[in-house]
Write a protein that binds this ligand. Sequence first.
Ligand code: ZN
Length: 87
Amino acid sequence: MKIEEIEFLGSVDTEGEWAMEMKEFGLNDVVEMKKGHPCGANAWKIIRMGADIRIKCEGCQHSVMIPRVEFNKKMKKVLVKAETEAE
Ligand SMILES: [Zn+2]
């Protein structure tokens, strides 16, 4: 019936659950990656969030864009949590 269909669609939308299993990070957080930047620094500021995440090296200000999935794999930990939790 229709109700089953709706429930099914609801359970398919697991993006929220999936996100919770991931390391927590947000815009303007400074993170450490598994591999540092060739410049010697290993602190990256998240400057853009989306399907792709743009991070900027705190050492040389070089910025790179990586797919979110890749980012999750390569990120080690959050070094500095951004103070503002603005939506
Ligand atoms: Zn760098």
